[in-house]
Design a binder for this molecule. Structure first.
Ligand SMILES: [Ca+2]
Ligand SMILES: [Ca+2]
Ligand SMILES: [Ca+2]
Length: 291
């Protein structure tokens, strides 16, 4: 009888575990530590067990990776032999990347959407706009059409909104839009407060971003009502913090810090406390982390 109850309990736990968002036991980031160019690496959230995922195709690119909701796939860009950036996808467990775009223009900053597609930036119309496509690379659809750069899409967990950075009003601000790219409205930003790198929180209530209000970027968090954002970084001395990405449970944020000309990966609690530096290598740049 007890054995049967244990089996039922185990089944229920497995059933619910299958519904949970991805495990947050790894952080993926870009680094030039192998001396060739930027490649993707994985480390444990405590900074241990470094694993290299990619071998560079050509040096001189920022791969801007993003994870699928289940944590099993990673999208990124790489400069192909024909000279411009393309979107690639691969398993986080390893293996060969699959190329998804074939354009003469640059693509950048891909992200998985909650409905199983991939959004990305592309300059294929001659101006940077947001696009979305199937995970096979088929059926590309243009989402934005604005003067200047639109970049770095991040989706609300329920898929009902996306956020991105745009310079459509003459400076970089954080914008919201409906999933088809309509209904664009500014959430935050101004001529003296540039905002980039928005990342939607797992609970859907907040957006982390990198903001520059006076010469260096810091990490901020803002609620969806557009009220004043909360600054999470701002250390003694000159440093710059960018590229926030949330842990799956929303408890912590990983980001990249530039200090003394060197990029490192750090994490902090979502209120800015308990900062931990995960990489420590003055010779190489570790940046663009995703959790
Ligand atoms: Ca291309
Ligand atoms: Ca544009
Ligand atoms: Ca470094």
């Amino acid at each position: 009888m007890r054995k049967a109850a244990t089996l039922i309990l185990a089944s229920v736990i497995l059933l619910f575990a299958g519904c949970l968002p991805r495990l947050s036991d790894h952080i993926y980031f870009a680094s030039d530590r192998d001396g060739v160019g930027n490649n993707l690496f994985a480390i444990n959230t405590d900074g241990g067990e470094l694993r290299q995922l990619t071998k560079v195709l050509q040096p001189g690119w920022d791969p801007h990776p993003a994870l699928s909701p289940d944590g099993k796939r990673i999208v990124f860009v790489s400069r192909h032999a024909d000279g411009n950036l393309e979107v690639y996808v691969m398993d986080t467990a390893g293996g060969e990347p699959t190329r998804l775009t074939y354009t003469a223009a640059d693509e950048d900053r891909p992200a998985f959407t909650p409905d199983g597609r991939i959004s990305f930036d592309s300059e294929r119309t001659g101006d940077w706009e947001l696009w979305v496509m199937d995970q096979t690379g088929e059926n590309p659809i243009q989402l934005t059409d604005s003067p200047g750069i639109d970049e770095g899409s991040s989706w609300s967990p329920d898929g009902k909104l996306l956020t991105f950075a745009s310079e459509r009003e003459g400076y970089f601000g954080i914008y919201l839009a409906d999933p088809d790219g309509s209904g664009v409205r500014r959430l935050y930003g101004g001529i003296s407060f540039h905002c980039n790198d928005p990342a939607w929180s797992p609970d859907g209530k907040r957006i982390a971003f990198a903001g520059d209000s006076g010469g260096t970027y810091d990490i901020y968090v803002i609620a969806l009502d557009g009220s004043e954002p909360l600054r999470l970084t701002g250390y003694e001395g000159w440093s710059q913090e960018r590229y926030p990405s949330w842990s799956a449970d929303g408890e912590r944020i990983v980001f990249a810090r530039l200090e003394n000309g060197d990029w490192e990966i750090c994490t902090m609690k979502a209120d800015g406390s308990e900062v931990r530096q995960l990489t420590d290598n003055l010779e190489v740049d570790d940046s663009l982390p995703v959790w």
